[in-house]
Design a protein around this ligand. Structure first.
Ligand code: CA2
Length: 149
């Protein structure tokens, strides 16, 4: 079986993971999370690339590259842009790649503005509320979906 190519995208402020608000977002750093995902990807037959930006347009640009590179799928924690970004929605629609929306926290237990997502209805799956494990669950789920295509 050929190696799957998956992009993991992290939105604004996630570069602060492990340095602030551990009660909400856990104590692992973004580098820890990425390393765990790359290792898990290897064992599942997937090559991962990871990218974080605090800027909406940079995330859109990275999605366009993913579309041009013929990646197999995307895992995205859009962070606050989940609740605001028509631009990310349009980019994901434009590249037409399967993606999983990930959240560390259970957004539905939090403020009502976090209950709305501009991405959920076009995602292949959503994982929220498991801390860092949300990402590994999303990776396992995406790889399973891609292998069963
Ligand atoms: O639960 C999630 O993963 C979120 O996507 C995180 C976003 C939030 O706006 C979404 O509603 C839910 C916020 C990310 C902020 O990350 C920080 C990490 C450490 C310290 C402070 C912020």
């Amino acid at each position: 079986m050929t190696q799957l190519k998956i992009l993991v995208l992290h939105g604004p402020n996630l570069n602060l993971l492990g340095t602030r608000e551990p009660e909400t977002y856990g104590s692992q750093t973004l580098a820890d999370i990425n390393a765990e995902l790359v290792n898990l990807g290897e064992s599942l037959g997937a090559t991962l690339s990871t990218y974080q930006s605090n800027h909406e347009g940079e995330l859109v640009d990275r999605l366009h590259l993913a579309g041009a590179d013929a990646l197999d799928g995307i895992i995205i924690n859009p962070a606050a842009y989940t609740h605001t970004s028509v631009a990310l929605r349009d980019a994901l629609l434009a590249i037409n790649l399967p993606f999983i929306e990930v959240h560390l926290s259970n957004v539905h237990q939090r403020e009502s503005f976090r209950h709305q997502s501009f991405l959920s209805d076009i995602a292949n799956g959503i994982v929220a509320g498991f801390g860092n494990t949300s990402y590994t669950l999303a990776l396992r789920g995406l790889v399973t979906q891609l292998q069963n295509k």
